[in-house]
Write a protein that binds this ligand. Sequence first.
Ligand code: HEM
Length: 181
Amino acid sequence: MKGIVFTTFIEMVEQKFSLKTLDTIITNAHLPSGGSYTTLGTYDHSEMIQLVVKLSEQTGIPVADLVRVFGEYLFVQLVDMYPQFVDSNRTLFGFLLKIDSYIHVEVLKLYPDAELPRFEYDTSDPEALVMIYRSSRPFADLAEGLILGSIQHYGEAVDLKREDISDGPVNAARFTLTKRG
Ligand code: HEM
């Protein structure tokens, strides 16, 4: 997992919790990296899971909730770094449809060792968008947070439903976004 994800997580913990909480979770997590990350480095994604588990123990907030909130926070950071992806898409569905075929493809050019999920789409209903997340890593909660961040960014009235469809080693979830009204 890229360092940018870790540095953003560290920033969120400091901002939403405290420097003391951050220090405590880094100490308790016993991380191979020691908890010092650079934006361009690459680290084992299990370090992220460790950090979130420790943050959950420290705060009493469930892991899934923390990861979802982090996804929303990460979305704002990604848009700040790469505004062209939202600038070039006027609608929420238009933007989300580009993640697999364009945005993450460009990300891979920038960071050839990035580990990215795959998305499949169903656009047969013009009032809804179905996105299927698949990854060898368990970050469907992060995907949910990123989708929620996208919904907030575009300010469209959309309901989000999630179903877990994981199968063996493949983590999978079906997200259905339905236009309201
Ligand atoms: C501005 C748009 C976006 C950019 C620039 C971007 C970029 C990235 C980057 C740099 C990573 C880290 C890769 C690594 O750690 O090796 C990542 C991971 C990920 N992205 Fe995106 N992303 C964007 C939007 C989204 C959205 C809207 C979603 C949700 C549908 C999404 C889903 C994910 C997930 C779930 C991961 C974690 C890896 C995994 O699950 O296997 N991304 N993305």
